[in-house]
Design a protein around this ligand. Structure first.
Ligand SMILES: Nc1ccn([C@@H]2O[C@H](COP(=O)(O)OP(=O)(O)OP(=O)(O)O)[C@@H](O)[C@H]2O)c(=O)n1
Ligand SMILES: C[C@](O)(CO)[C@H](O)COP(=O)(O)O
Length: 233
């Protein structure tokens, strides 16, 4: 039996509506480079990852101009939801020779502060696991549930709560089966795997691995990137 390989899959087919950027947020420049370029550079710095596949929207006309010379594989198979885009990417990986037993690390294009050492920590923690797992961060704030009127409806016990991040690492066959069963309702791979009755492993990362979502997040990401410095990207 051949050893499983590790592939990264970066869904980058979103429109970035909440960011207010007026363009897909993965192409907004942060510290002089499109956000997507930072994300791919972090994954390229992980020697155990055999190859990274970027999933773009079929209508994407920015990628080649924004990331010239990019050596990642590209598949224009993005769908209406993140889950659809990931499923399209998994099928593309399969068409390139990946098999059920290979590991796939799905990572949001929008988490551009990823550090290679967190990816290594995830792989170390999960490569012998029966299920797989994800980077995550224990909740540090008191958690409130809110109603449509903008008022608190409850304070939620935070003691066992984690904020799910990416990469999320599962075997190709399991990720495909789980996402196909749950469909667009799956906001991440782990929730789809959980719906099959399995328990993904939580691997602590850092708050710095946040997802650029809102307009103010671009400046925050830029500040972090300047602190980390270009040499480690
Ligand atoms: N149909 C979609 C929706 C999202 N994504 C990707 O999934 C990641 C996480 O999604 P999110 O942060 O929600 O990005 P957007 O969907 O672009 O943002 P918004 O919801 O504000 O429109 C992003 O890298 C995004 O490009 C995708 O590939 N295909
Ligand atoms: C996958 C994810 O980043 C984990 O926190 C998140 O679920 C993506 O959610 P979004 O609503 O598509 O941004």
């Amino acid at each position: 039996m051949t050893a499983p390989r590790f592939f990264a899959l970066v869904p980058a087919a979103g429109i970035g509506e909440r960011s207010g950027a007026g363009m897909p947020k993965q192409y907004v420049e942060i510290a002089g480079r499109p956000m997507l370029a930072h994300t791919l550079a972090a994954l390229a710095a992980v020697p155990r990852i055999a190859q990274t596949l970027v999933v773009l929207s079929p209508a994407d006309d920015r990628f080649e101009g924004a990331l010239p010379g990019c050596t990642a594989w590209v598949a224009r198979v993005g769908g209406a939801s993140r889950a659809d885009s990931v499923l399209g990417g998994l099928a593309d990986l399969r068409s390139r020779g990946a098999t059920d037993g290979d590991w796939v690390l799905v990572h949001d294009a929008a988490r551009c502060l990823l550090r290679p050492e967190w990816v290594d920590a995830l792989i170390d923690a999960c490569q012998d696991d029966d299920v797989g797992g994800l980077l995550a961060q224990p909740i540090a704030d008191t958690l409130k549930a809110g109603g449509a009127d903008g008022r608190v409806t409850a304070t939620v016990d935070r003691r066992d709560k984690w904020a799910a991040q990416t990469p999320q690492m599962f075997r190709l066959g399991l990720a495909e089966k789980a996402l196909a069963a749950m469909g667009a309702a799956a906001t991440d791979e782990a929730s789809a795997v959980e719906a099959l009755g399995l328990t993904p492993r939580l691997v602590r990362a850092s708050m710095a691995n946040f997802k650029v979502t809102w307009p103010e997040d671009f400046e925050l990401a830029e500040r972090w990137l300047h602190q980390v410095g270009p040499s480690s990207r």
